[in-house]
Ligand binder design. Sequence first.
Ligand code: AKG
Ligand code: FE2
Length: 343
Amino acid sequence: MIKELRVSNDAMDDPSELRRRMADEGYLFFKQLQNPDKMRALRQEMMATIQRVGWLIGDTDPMDAIADVTKQCTEGDLGYSAGYGEVYKLNAFHRSAHWPEVTEMVEKIVGRPIMPHPQKIARIWFPKYTEHTTPTHQDFVHFQGSFETYTCWAPVGDCPIELGGLAVIPGSHKVNRVLEHHFSLGAGSLVVDTDEHPEIDPVWHSTNYEAGDTLIFPALTIHKALPNYTEDKLRLSLDNRYQAVGDPIAEHMLEPHGPSGLGWDDVYATWRDDELKYYWRKYDNPVVARDWSYSDKGFAEALDMARGGNEQALYRLRQTIDNTPGTPRAEQALAVLAEMGIA
Ligand SMILES: O=C(O)CCC(=O)C(=O)O
Ligand SMILES: [Fe+2]
């Protein structure tokens, strides 16, 4: 049973009430915080690109997001990078993370000047590919740096429950620590098993999102995506992160999102305006090294689970071998497959 998110539009102009609700519930949800027409224009541009790379049926309206399900792929798959990279190069996609309706809201919540993280993320989720749905997690294991980093999740267009929007466990941030994460398929590859944490009551909240709706939550709030159960629709959404200017930021958040396979010069190659290029260099955030321990532990679990015949872990090993050949992880994955006689 999914419960409805609490709508906080009534408190939009009351920073102390916003902070109170954030401290209490670990999220804030706003109907149409972002202009729905602007969001639909962004959808047009991103979906047209997604159609051009072959992931939507050719003779359909890109706004309808009718997926070519024979092209199913996801983050970490070899076939995902090239298509995602094309979307990642769109100036309009990066610019959307700087829309004032979002940055001003985050600033009210944080109470200090904020900056959008350089690393923006678009999620492009194929239908009926539910094994790869983003698992239950806390974002800190991924972006690190500061607990006071906020994710703004917004669908690019309407996102009814069956299309697989984001869900949160209200109050779950009150665990006040980074929980043990384990290997999983899906974005981020790491999952929290709420059964291991009896203090967390796993009551999930989500909604039938409409264009412009925005969910904001800090680094420790437990969340996941719902599966995309539609017959043939692609889910498209944004994950943008924000933090106070002057707080530490982890080094990898200064880079383009990994699955794009791009460096900034590639991203910027066709941009006609320079305003957002390397914009973060004007801020003085201490940069801290990436902590690989979460990801290393997840991969070590995948190796063990694969040895035990776990299909999802085997999928991850094959994906690692295909997508990052020659890396230590690919070598470890090959060794496990060889041990099992299936290399
Ligand atoms: O949209 C998704 O599937 C995952 C979003 C998410 O958990 C995040 O980026 O923090
Ligand atoms: Fe997340």
